[in-house]
Design a protein around this ligand. Sequence first.
Ligand SMILES: Nc1ncnc2c1ncn2[C@@H]1O[C@H](COP(=O)(O)OP(=O)(O)OP(=O)(O)O)[C@@H](O)[C@H]1O
Ligand SMILES: [Mg+2]
Length: 371
Amino acid sequence: MKKKHTNPVKEQDDDLEQQSSLFRQIYKSQKWWQNIIDAITDYLFVIDTNYKIIRTNKAFANLFGKEPADIIMKPYYELFGLDGPHEWCILPEGKDCCANRSVERTMNDMDYLISCYPIYFDDREAAVYIMKDITETRKLKDQVYHLDKLSSLGTLTSGVAHEINNPLTGIIGYTEMLLMKNEDNTTKKYLQNVYDSAIRCKRIVENMLTFSRQTPAQKSLENINDIIDNTIELHEYWLKSTNIEIVRNYGKTLYVSVDRQQIQQVILNLLINAEQSISETKRSGRIEFKTSFDTKSKITVIEVSDNGTGISHEILPKIFDPFFTTKPVNKGTGLGLSIAHGIIAEQGGTIEARSVLGEGTSFIIRLPHTS
Ligand SMILES: Nc1ncnc2c1ncn2[C@@H]1O[C@H](COP(=O)(O)OP(=O)(O)OP(=O)(O)O)[C@@H](O)[C@H]1O
Ligand SMILES: [Mg+2]
């Protein structure tokens, strides 16, 4: 048999060629996988047993204003400005390591669902972390929960309010009768207390009924300036006794399709709040009602401003929440503004508050022109 002759130089060249082709393939494959993990919008990073990042995607690096290459082999927690790992960060511990797990955490005002997948391959341990931004989802979940609570609260309150209304009417009627018949001043004073408290209860019950109101709005074309005037008139007695100046800054006659009673209720709630706020200051009170009509957007704007206490920026986001009040138990139920908000929203409009603590507050209502 003929012996096969080999050329060692050629063999070496072939080997090198094979090796570099293999490297090219590995490099391409790595690039391919990197592209895939970079396409994931959740934040992904892989740590070794020293908490050092051995893999990451673009999203995670970008979260800290960096590129993946900048953070490789750095302890992951340094990116969060920490000296040590988070309590949720568990390390891989060999092939019998712990199972996958997910936790929810808030970091830098954002909510995350953090999932950990320990991996063990070829005697190497690592932990894959995926952080999902759930800030919006959580907010929506909270809103749904809040709405759900409100709707059951609405049903409950309307039932309770109706039940209380009947005996309350009796208490008010009989107290009025006794007040008229009685001559004794001390008894009259006590009866007046009973009467005032019962009237207060009635107001709370009425508020609760309005809050849980399920009847649709009865709309008709109304002049907004007229509605404001009527509401002020209804309240004239209190305004005179508190010496508050009312300023009318009305735009041209405005007709909007609204439920008159409901808008009156909104204006009255804002008026009472303004009055109560002014009464807490020593200055002479001033409440301004400003109306205007934006011909371009066809929106009627009602602005109710006072020079009362103002509202701090911590409290401002909560004032439209049902039952939120800063007033003593016998003064506020915290329903006035949530009722106003509900009514305006039902009319397709918006209501917002602007305030400077110590200077005063403005409520701005925007009503669209609907027919
Ligand atoms: N004009 C205002 N000036 C200062 N604070 C205000 C004003 N309007 C509302 N607030 C604040 O918003 C809170 C909520 O107001 P809202 O009208 O809903 O309830 P309330 O006035 O406390 O009680 P209720 O209206 O049910 O009697 C008030 O307790 C008060 O802290
Ligand atoms: Mg109020």
